[in-house]
Design a protein around this ligand. Structure first.
Ligand code: SF4
Length: 361
């Protein structure tokens, strides 16, 4: 899989301290759910997103008061900020003035050519990129009437906005083509990927409640990333923003696009299981999360059927066996431990592994 992975080449843009596109790592974004005018609440949320590992934060800018609040927010954080603007070009200008790092705005929706040019000039002066954010829920009327909410309609809408920016000589562009229907968004991104050189922001929009939204996002975003398509992503959940960020990272870990600090490979358990597997995994995950360890893979298996095999691939492994735990290191048996001592022994072996890595490095 790693060897087959070929990333689509895209034109890189800078969003504050974060690079998007080109050979930059795929970044994870989220959006504040607070009223942007409430600076204190919005700052608290930006901080929570930062702690969750968010790379870029978007804020809704529905009116002049929200745009003014950006000034104060900007002063308080280094987090790359994106202003989400609809219809009113003065809000885009005010957001740029406040020092945001990127605009999300569809140039076809902000009125006359002169207004677009004014925004483009201000963005270019500050080296701020613009994301064209097409959403299946808000397609232009003529496109919708002619084509319906099909992938080509999303692509056509995006290309229309791209034409406007390119005709102003502006190419620091990022594009998203979001739909709540997973197959529609996949096809739309696949089709535009060959037609423009710009970085792509992936997302399944309005993906729903946390569990469903996580699965839809993992399938849609993951399918595209696995083909090398996509430079930044946002998981949209009807839930906590930190959860959006965690799911985003987990998608990247699953595809090997980001190294996970602690990867636990554990079996689902079955009638052959010889230990209290769920408790061991839960406890090990809790204790290892707090330990100061290098990136490592830990296998925890219910029996010896697949235990040694999985442990060969892992740094440290534990397999249940006849009331005992068999501890592995790089696929070799280290020792056997009683069930009551299994978790302590596993954590201890992980610490030894960390110490050896430390000495070697
Ligand atoms: S490793 Fe053993 S206990 Fe776990 S699922 Fe496989 S056969 Fe069952």
């Amino acid at each position: 899989m790693q060897e087959m992975y070929r990333r689509r080449r895209s034109r890189q843009v800078r969003v504050g301290r974060c690079l998007v596109g080109g050979d930059a790592p795929v970044s994870v974004q989220s959006m504040t759910k607070t009223d942007t005018r409430d600076v204190e609440a919005t700052m608290a949320e930006i901080y929570r997103l930062h702690v969750a590992g968010c790379d870029i934060v978007r804020l809704a800018v529905p009116d002049a008061e929200a745009a003014a609040a950006l000034q104060s927010i900007r002063r308080q954080t280094e987090m790359p900020l994106v202003a989400d603007i609809h219809f009113d070009h003065r809000l885009a200008l005010a957001a740029l003035e406040a020092g945001v790092d990127k605009l999300r705005l569809n140039p076809g929706n902000i009125g006359t050519r002169a207004k677009v040019e004014e925004v483009v000039r201000a963005a270019r002066d500050r080296a701020v990129p613009i994301r064209i954010g097409v959403n299946a829920g808000s397609l232009e009327k003529d496109i919708l009437e002619r084509s319906g909410r099909v992938p080509d309609a999303l692509v056509e809408s995006a290309l229309r906005h791209v034409d406007i920016l390119e005709s102003c000589g502006f190419e620091d562009i990022v594009i998203s083509l979001k739909a709540s229907d997973v197959r529609t968004m996949i096809a739309a991104y696949e089709r535009i990927a060959d037609r423009v050189p710009y970085a792509l922001h992936l997302g399944v929009t309005e993906a729903g409640p946390v569990f469903q939204g996580t699965v839809k996002s993992a399938v849609g975003i993951g399918h595209l990333l696995a083909q090398g398509i996509g430079d930044t992503l946002r998981v949209s959940l009807t839930g906590d923003g930190g959860e959006e960020v965690r799911v985003g990272h987990e998608i990247l870990y699953a595809l090997g696009l980001k190294v996970k600090r602690l990867e636990i490979v554990s079996c689902p358990s079955c009638g052959r299981c010889e230990i209290d597997l769920f408790t061991v995994v839960r406890e090990a995950e809790r204790r290892l999360a707090d330990a100061d360890l290098p990136p490592m893979k830990v296998a925890i298996m219910g029996c010896v059927v697949n235990g040694p095999g999985e442990s060969m691939e892992a740094d440290v492994g534990l397999a249940g066996g006849n009331g005992l735990g068999i501890l592995f290191r790089n696929g070799r048996i280290v020792r056997r431990v009683r069930e009551a001592e299994m978790i302590d022994a596993l954590v201890e072996e992980c610490r030894r592994f960390a110490a050896d890595v430390d000495r070697a490095g």
